[in-house]
Design a protein around this ligand. Sequence first.
Ligand SMILES: NC(=O)c1ccc[n+]([C@@H]2O[C@H](COP(=O)([O-])OP(=O)(O)OC[C@H]3O[C@@H](n4cnc5c(N)ncnc54)[C@H](O)[C@@H]3O)[C@@H](O)[C@H]2O)c1
Length: 487
Amino acid sequence: MTRTAAIIGGGVIGGGWAARFLLNGWDVRVFDPSPEAEATLAPVLDQARRALPGLTDVALPPEGTLSFHDTIADAVAGVNWVQESVPERLELKHKVLAEIQDTLDPEAVIGSSTSGFKPSELQQGAKDPTQILVTHPFNPVYLMPLVEVVPGDTHDPRAVAWAKEVLTGLGMFPLHVRKEIDAHIADRFLEAVWREALWLVKDGIATTEEIDEAIRMGFGIRWAQMGLFDTYRTAGGAAGMRHFLAQFGPALQWPWTKLMDVPEFTDELVDLIAGQSDAQSGHMTIPEMLAARDDNLVGLMRALKANDWGAGAVLNAHDGALRDVHGMEGLGDVSKPILTVKRTVPLDWTDYNGHMNEARYLQAFGDATDRFMALIGCDADYIATGGSYFTAETHIRHLDEALAGTLLEVRTQVLAGAGKKLHLFHEMWANDRLLATGEHFLLHVSLETRKPSEPAPQILATLERVAAAHAALPVPEGAGRAVGQRP
Ligand SMILES: NC(=O)c1ccc[n+]([C@@H]2O[C@H](COP(=O)([O-])OP(=O)(O)OC[C@H]3O[C@@H](n4cnc5c(N)ncnc54)[C@H](O)[C@@H]3O)[C@@H](O)[C@H]2O)c1
């Protein structure tokens, strides 16, 4: 399948979509009538290139090609996905959707980024209503996994299934909204919180800064990993949700909430909020705040990855798919060292010099060893049966610099693999630069006795096959070197 997307409207959201598609290997064709369109998109792409590649532990595919077009007809020619992200005005969306459908391939899908309109509203008067879905993303689109997919009543199930497949392939989490409603699910929720926050400021109860602290020091962190209901379930103690509802449900009758009343946006209220916001964060530029936002989002999501939880579990699934793209799903050609890591140095792996931190070399080589173990069959299922390899000795040589964003490849050679012993030599490359080598000596251990033991026969057989093939390779320069020895 060709993978080409048209981005119609390249502002904050369209720019984020363009980056998400491009960095996941799609070609992207943009139409935006603004003379500033290219200049607007460039910094969004730079931000995405800085943050996204390191979110995955497997390299993204080669970046697609970006082109700008003068008409919608030209932009949508030959594409299989159109993402509409023009301003939130229904008559404008209708005009743009009609123009798209004039030339678009009937098999292609049109996703609309609309935050508020229902698919049935967008589909009014459309040539083929089933081609139009809401695919509502979250800013920054290149990092946030959530996309609300709202097909509405008039839809083609095949198109919906394909749309979800495409979005998953972009590393996103398509949340299928089964019943259309104004503003979908997440924004309704955010609107309720926003309304209460405006009242708190207007009534002089809290400043914008105090409200933000109340979120980011507390429930914001909880929500990022468990959401609302699971958080309350755990708050109910061992008795869970029923107990929680019995205890706190009646409190909703109390006058805690202004419910649907909205404070009027008078000049005084706007001045109050904008003034407090300047006092809170006016010492930072918006680009500085965006960089901090991206650093924090990447760090939070990478922490969730380690626990294979929530947004982190989505990223791990994407890594698995990327391994297939790079042909890393099996041992491959064992007559050469084996590709065990192919990844970009993430933002949170660097020290104050901008260099990859020493500990991360060990992590990259540790990941290479884990991957090698998995490839010979010593994976989570085998480990659950009571056997595993433990690392007994490590020697790392640092030979050249690695910075955030550097694309790394680790290739692994088996120096010895027989009985309980496994001796691995990893080389870390960035194109033709050898950045580091890592030598690991491991012993197979029984997890029951915690003593060295023979691996299971099927593991040993695979290991011996690789070791025999690698015995024909030259011994790598630096193997077996003691600390401080130089050639
Ligand atoms: N900003 C958010 O946080 C957010 C989040 C999710 C979804 N959305 C939705 O995304 C859509 C776009 O919002 P945005 O924040 O990116 O707005 P924006 O103003 O940043 O970008 C809109 C872009 O559309 C272009 N445009 C105007 N008329 C056009 C036309 N006829 N054809 C093509 N392009 C045209 C503009 O030049 C501009 O670059 C809206 O539907 C909005 O509801 C916004």
